[in-house]
Ligand binder design. Structure first.
Ligand code: BG6
Length: 486
């Protein structure tokens, strides 16, 4: 058994437009829901700012519904992190050159829907299309393969305001038009696509434009998203049979707190929350456990004739997933809690946590790779993994992020074990926020993931200057040796 990953293994890094791109009003872009969400912190949640029909302004958290008929509103005196983010829009050449210097084989990014279709419908903004052409050309100049997330948490604000976002079936057609436009335009530049980022976390106004967020509204919106994704997979393959079109899920394996069967049952329920989305997109049909749950809860999905066939015909080519942490399940509601990636988590006494409370569990990555592969036998792509930490810039300008190097060393070793010892089929690895960008959960800049530091703070102040962290040189060497030397 060798110690090297396959030669064509896709090493790279991952970003998302709403957290990185900026240029929120530049080049003909329309507003996106994410342009109306404020910054926040570990202890104070981000807020959606809105205006009601009678002109009242207000705000809610992502967990709360918007008042009926409210529309997204950008207040003049509030700082919104997506507006400039870390300004890929104006720095893409410099940034891609730095990715090339690290030896990236691929670069994961997302396309802002409202940059291509400003109100989300059938008008196309040529300047937006040209921007991504320029970005892809820049990548290809360095032999970096673009890996594109079609939709990473953003919905054109017009569709949220006028259609109630994905609660409305019309969005299937609007999304399909967006997909057709970019598939045709970039068919010779992009091969790897993902239809929706972390599909299991799509649940609020900012992500999918829905005003109410009760279980029935979310289930209906998810159905529309499943249909849209399946249609996009089919359409993409017709446009270019070489396309590899994947799904993307946030995978958080859950361990039972004890060997009590009840804890195991809790754990299984927790895992079903991720598996449900993989089951539909990989097997092409709803699993019985979810259909029964809808039945018990009186949720009657509104479907159209042919939906079953669409789901069957549009199963994905690979499973993209994010892995940051594992969690614990228990029936003991008094057990110690900690934070997690968009989930409330119970504390695992055997694991250390990041400053934001996320459990650090490298073996959990190997477990995840095995669990997913056992269940679906599809190629996998780790499209997010990383360590959010506050970095200090030393007097001499260096950033010595040894804690990040430690995290990656252990996680990459676990990934190698899954490939080289367990034999899972893995396409590549793109650590999250390979360059510092805005945190999705908290809206902070303080929570950094990058190999490249960006001078920007939580109030949006800074020069946006890029500098290489210690981890930059470390990851460069990992790629050079194809993972052999960690
Ligand atoms: C994933 C998202 O949930 O985790 C990213 O796909 C996000 O958009 C990442 O940034 C890390 O989460 P956070 O909250 O630390 O930014």
């Amino acid at each position: 058994m060798g110690n090297r990953l396959p030669d064509n293994f896709l090493w790279g890094g991952a970003t998302a437009a709403n957290q990185y791109e900026g240029g929120y009003l530049s080049g003909g872009k329309g507003l996106s829901t994410l342009d109306a969400i404020t910054g926040g912190s570990h202890t104070s949640p981000r807020r959606i700012t809105f205006k009601t029909a009678d002109g009242r302004t207000g705000s809610v958290t992502r967990e709360e519904p918007l008042p009926e008929g409210a529309v997204g509103y950008i207040a003049p005196d509030i700082y919104y992190p997506s507006h400039v983010a870390t300004d890929f829009y104006h720095h893409y050449k410099e940034d891609i050159a730095l990715f090339a210097e690290m030896g990236f084989k691929c670069f994961r990014m997302s396309i802002t829907w409202s940059r291509i279709c400003p109100n989300g419908m059938y008008d196309v903004n040529e300047e937006g299309l040209q921007f991504y052409d320029d970005v892809f050309d820049e990548c290809l100049k360095y032999n970096i393969e673009p890996v594109v997330t079609i939709n990473h948490f953003d919905t054109p604000m017009y569709l949220a305001d006028h259609y109630d976002g994905w609660a409305n079936r019309n969005l299937v057609d609007y999304y399909l038009f967006f997909c057709e436009t970019i598939f045709k335009r970039y068919k010779d530049k992009v091969k790897y696509w993902m239809t929706f980022n972390e599909i299991n976390f799509l649940r609020s106004w900012t992500q999918i434009g829905i005003h109410k967020n009760d279980a029935a509204t979310k289930a209906q919106a998810h159905h529309h998203i499943f249909v849209a994704s399946a249609k996009a997979v089919k359409l993409g393959h017709e446009i270019n049979p070489d396309f590899k079109i994947g799904m993307m899920v946030s995978y958080i394996p859950s361990y039972p707190m004890t060997c009590r069967p009840e804890d195991m049952w809790e754990s299984m329920q927790f895992n079903h929350e991720r598996e449900f989305f993989m089951d539909v997109q990989c097997r092409g049909k709803y699993p019985n456990y979810r259909l029964k749950e809808y039945e018990r809860n009186g949720i009657n999905l509104v479907t159209e004739e042919g939906d079953d066939e669409i789901l069957k015909e549009g199963t994905v080519d690979y499973i993209g997933f994010s892995y940051y942490m594992s969690t614990v399940s228990t029936t003991d509601k008094n057990a110690a809690k900690t934070s997690g990636n968009q989930v409330m988590a119970y504390r695992n006494p055997y694991l250390k946590e990041s400053e934001w409370g996320w459990a650090i569990d490298p073996l959990g990555l190997r477990i995840s790779l095995n669990q997913i592969y056992d269940r679906y036998q599809l190629p996998m792509f780790i499209v997010e993994n990383g360590f959010g930490a506050a970095d200090a810039v030393e007097k001499d300008g260096t950033i010595n992020d040894d804690y990040r190097i430690d995290y990656f060393r252990q996680h990459i070793q676990a990934m190698k074990d899954a490939v080289l010892i367990d034999g899972v089929d893995l396409i590549g690895y793109t650590p999250w926020g390979c360059i510092d960008l805005v945190s999705s959960g908290t809206g902070e800049m303080k929570k950094r993931y990058g190999f490249i530091y960006v001078d920007m703070d939580d109030q949006g102040k800074g020069t946006l200057k890029r500098s290489r962290k210690k981890s930059f040189y470390w990851y460069k060497h990992v790629i050079e040796t194809n993972g052999e030397e960690l």
